[in-house]
Design a protein around this ligand. Structure first.
Ligand code: FMN
Length: 326
């Protein structure tokens, strides 16, 4: 690519790839703006779509935006650019979460980019039971490497530690469904019938675990009629724990980049993923989720990995509604 300017079609392709990222409750809390003079795409937090009961600090918002930045980077490489990502580039503007410089052409195709790029539209959160077939060690190693590439750590807990993390998640889930603010908020993002371009269609939800072992988030807690019949889930869930060394907004963004890198790499291998964020929403439970044997580190999210049906697609806001005029 010789030209450095970004035409409208390229910007649209970049923003639409970014917006395909996962976000808490499919809130899509991001906005984009092109700076044509420097061919830079700025990524801002959109706090009008924040989820204050579940995420009072905006930590999950940063994770969501970080995931969008990873997609933007992958799409830029696919388009022959060498993206330069700066996180929190302006201390005077804390809602400017990232600036992605796109002026430079890529010297050579980045290995692995195409497979990740193709995985962007195929990645969906899955809330269904998995088959129980183990994820091969070589694939897990690749996911660990994907997190490390973004300065985060993906830990693979053993049986005992998995049981402990699931119990913390179950406790968080119990609190979430009995806390008025949490329950009302999560319910407000679930849509039946005519769905707006944000939030989660009821068809994308899954059943609860018949054995009560896997505490899947009960988005429909106050609408019993929408509950599906409980179903058997895998007996030995494969969890992965995403952690960062520190816990600043920049770490939360890095965790989001790492989360999406892991999820795209999993998608490449046909591995499905569910996100279990409940324990992160209660400070004591989040603190307890740290593994004291692994040294310091802040848990950012739990990921459940396995094989099963593809998750349902969820809607996205049109590019025009998240792209501000230059
Ligand atoms: C920070 C974060 C936390 C999330 N927490 C949960 C969760 O606890 N339970 C769940 O089922 N999905 C969770 N999700 C997944 C979102 O609901 C999902 O990304 C969104 O609905 C869009 O759907 P998609 O991932 O299939 O594109 C989370 C996503 C993010 C980024």
């Amino acid at each position: 690519m010789s030209t450095r300017a970004l035409d409208a079609a390229t910007v649209e392709e970049l923003v639409s790839a970014a917006a395909a990222a996962p976000s808490i409750h499919n809130s899509q809390p991001w906005r984009f703006r092109l700076r044509p003079d420097t061919s830079t795409l700025e990524v801002r937090a959109d706090r009008s779509r924040s989820v204050p009961a579940a995420d009072p600090q905006g930590r999950a918002l940063h994770l969501s935006v970080g995931a969008a930045v990873l997609n933007l980077r992958v799409a830029a490489r696919h388009l022959g650019r060498a993206p330069e990502v700066r996180l929190l580039p302006d201390p005077a503007e804390p809602d400017l979460l990232a600036a992605v410089g796109l002026a430079a052409p890529a010297a050579a195709p980045a290995p692995g980019t195409e497979r990740l790029y193709e995985a962007i539209p195929r990645r969906h959160s899955s809330r269904a039971p998995f088959t129980g077939e183990p994820v091969p060690p070589a694939v897990l190693d690749e996911l660990v490497e994907a997190a490390r590439a973004e300065d985060a750590t993906l830990r693979l807990p053993d049986h005992e530690e998995t049981a402990r993390l699931l119990e913390l998640t179950a406790e968080a889930e119990r609190r979430n469904v009995t806390d008025d603010a949490q329950r009302g908020e999560s319910r407000s993002w679930i849509h039946t019938g005519e769905t707006p371009p944000f939030g989660i269609p009821v068809d994308a939800l899954g059943p609860q675990d018949q054995a009560g072992r896997l505490p899947m988030r009960d988005f429909s807690a106050i609408h019993a009629a929408e509950h599906r019949a409980p179903a058997p889930f895998e007996a030995e869930p494969r969890l992965a724990v995403l952690t960062t060394e520190h816990d600043t907004p920049a770490d939360w963004l890095r965790a989001g980049l790492a989360l999406e890198h892991v999820l795209l790499a999993a998608t490449v291998h046909g591995v499905r993923a569910s996100l279990l964020h409940q324990a992160m929403e209660w400070p004591y439970l989040r603190w307890e989720a740290r593994d004291p044997h692994q040294g310091p580190g802040y848990v950012q999210i739990l990921i459940r990995l396995g094989y099963g049906p593809e998750g349902a697609a969820t809607p996205r806001l049109p590019v025009g509604e998240v792209l501000d005029p230059s």
